[in-house]
Write a protein that binds this ligand. Structure first.
Ligand code: FAD
Length: 358
C-alpha cells in the first residue's frame, strides 16, 4: 500500500488527484483479496460506505487494513494492563496518516476534515474503540492552530516530527475549576523581562496522554480575567516541551479507556521560551477554536464508530446464540432494537458527514 502523503488530493471536494485513490483501492484489494482475507475483521467496510467519495473510501479501507493487525485481543490486553498503544501510533505514522490534514510540505497529506473524520470512525469501528482513537486523536487536528497561525520557523520545527510520529503531543486546556467555560481559565503565564521566556503557574486536569507525550499545546492566561476588557482576550497559546522537571504529572485512575492515561498537571515556575508562543499574545482563544471546532467532528466519528462496532457484535451474537433450538435473532423482540439502533447510528453518521463536508 502506497503511503498516504504521496496522494495529492487537496480535499474531499477537490476533483483532481495525481494518483487516483480508486487505483490505490483496487491495487489493495487485488493484492489481498476480498472477504476471504479481510474476513470478520473488516466486515464493517461494506456496512455503510455507499455514499463515500473515492478518497474517503480509500482512507476507510487503508485504515481498516492497518487495524487488522490490532484485533480485539490486542485491545483487551492493553486495557487490562493500562498500556498506551505505541504500536498503533507507529503503524499510522509509518504510512503518513498522522498528517492526514497537514500541509504536504511538512509530510502531511492535505486531505480534508471529512477524510479525517472517517479515519477516526474506522479506527474506533475496527474494535479499537476510543482507546485506539484517543491514542492518535490529538495528532490529527490538534495542531491546526500551529498550521494556521504559527511562523514558518515554528511549523518547520514542530510539524515534521509530529507527522513522522517522532514526537507526541497532549492538549492542556481544562482546569480543575474550568471545563466548558474555557474563558474562566486561571493558569497564568508571566513574561520575564530579563529573558526571552514566560513563567507558567497553575494546573490542568484530564490531560490525556501526558504520561508519555513529549509536547503540549497549552492555553493559559497572559492577562488575568479581571484585567481584560472582553473575556475572550488575554488567553495565549503555547506549543512547548512538556518539561517533566517543572511539571508534576499525576495520573488519574478511572473506569474505562484505561490504556489512554488521564492526568493532573501542576506547575509553578515552568519556564517556556517566547519562541513557543503561537501567534499574538492574548489571542489564544480564537486560535484554539480552529482546532476545537473540527475536533467535534472527529469525536463524532469516534463515537459513531464505537456504536457500529457494538451493533455489529450484537447482531453477530443474535445470529450465533441458540435458545429454544434457534438463534435468538429470529425473534422480532431482538431484531427491532437492533434495527432501531442501526437507523439512529446511520442518521447520526449522515448528519456528521454533512457537517464535515460543510
Ligand atoms: C477521559 C477524558 C479525557 C479528557 N482529555 C482532555 C485533554 O486531553 N485535554 C483537556 O484539556 N481536557 C480534556 N478533558 C476534559 C474535557 O474537555 C472536559 O471534561 C469538558 O470540557 C467538560 O468540562 P467539565 O467536565 O469540567 O464539565 P463542566 O464544564 O463542569 O460541565 C458539567 C456539566 O454541565 C453541563 N453544562 C454546563 N453548562 C451548561 C449550560 N449552560 N447549559 C446546560 N448544561 C450545561 C455540561 O454539559 C456538563 O454535562 C478530558 C475529559 C475526560 C473525561
Amino acid at each position: 500500500m502506497a503511503s498516504l502523503p504521496r496522494l495529492t488530493i487537496r480535499s474531499s471536494l477537490a476533483a483532481t488527484a495525481s494518483v487516483r485513490p480508486s487505483t490505490l483501492r483496487l491495487q489493495n484489494f487485488a493484492k489481498f483479496g476480498t472477504r476471504s482475507v479481510y474476513g470478520q475483521a473488516t466486515e464493517y467496510l461494506q456496512m455503510n460506505d455507499l455514499d463515500l467519495t473515492e478518497s474517503q473510501r480509500t482512507v476507510r479501507e487503508a485504515i481498516a487494513k492497518i487495524c487488522q493487525k490490532f484485533p480485539d485481543e490486542y485491545w483487551k490486553k492493553l486495557d487490562d494492563n493500562g498500556t498506551f498503544s505505541l504500536d498503533l501510533h507507529s503503524a499510522l505514522a509509518k504510512d503518513g496518516w498522522l498528517g492526514i490534514c497537514m500541509p504536504a510540505q511538512y509530510g502531511g497529506a492535505e486531505l480534508g476534515i471529512s477524510e479525517a473524520t472517517i479515519m477516526m470512525q474506522t479506527l474506533s469501528e475496527s474494535g479499537g474503540g476510543l482507546t485506539a482513537a484517543s491514542s492518535v486523536h490529538m495528532n490529527i487536528f490538534g495542531l491546526e492552530p500551529v498550521v494556521k497561525f504559527g511562523t514558518q520557523e515554528q511549523k518547520d520545527r514542530w510539524l515534521p516530527p509530529l507527522i513522522a510520529g517522532k514526537e507526541r503531543a497532549c492538549f492542556g486546556v481544562t482546569e480543575p475549576d474550568t471545563g466548558l467555560d474555557t474563558l474562566k481559565l486561571k493558569s497564568l503565564a508571566t513574561k520575564d523581562p530579563r529573558s526571552d521566556s514566560y513563567t507558567l503557574r497553575g494546573s490542568k486536569i484530564w490531560t490525556s496522554t501526558a504520561q508519555t507525550a513529549e509536547k503540549i499545546l497549552i492555553l493559559v492566561r497572559t492577562t488575568p480575567l479581571e484585567e481584560v476588557k472582553k473575556s475572550t482576550e488575554g488567553l495565549s497559546l503555547f506549543y512547548t516541551d512538556l518539561d517533566r522537571s517543572a511539571v508534576e504529572i499525576t495520573e488519574i485512575k478511572k473506569l474505562g479507556r484505561a490504556a489512554v492515561d488521564s492526568n493532573m498537571l501542576m506547575f509553578d515556575g515552568w519556564k517556556v521560551p517566547k519562541a513557543d508562543l503561537i501567534g499574538e499574545e492574548g489571542n489564544g482563544f480564537k486560535m484554539i477554536m480552529q482546532g476545537m471546532n473540527a475536533e467535534r467532528l472527529l469525536l463524532g466519528g469516534e463515537a459513531i464508530g464505537l456504536g457500529f462496532a457494538g451493533l455489529r457484535r450484537a447482531a453477530n451474537y443474535a445470529s450465533e446464540r441458540q435458545v429454544f433450538g434457534r438463534p435468538i435473532g429470529k425473534n422480532q423482540g431482538i431484531q427491532h432494537p437492533l434495527a432501531e439502533s442501526w437507523m439512529k447510528l446511520e442518521s447520526a453518521r449522515l448528519l456528521l458527514y454533512q457537517g464535515a463536508k460543510l
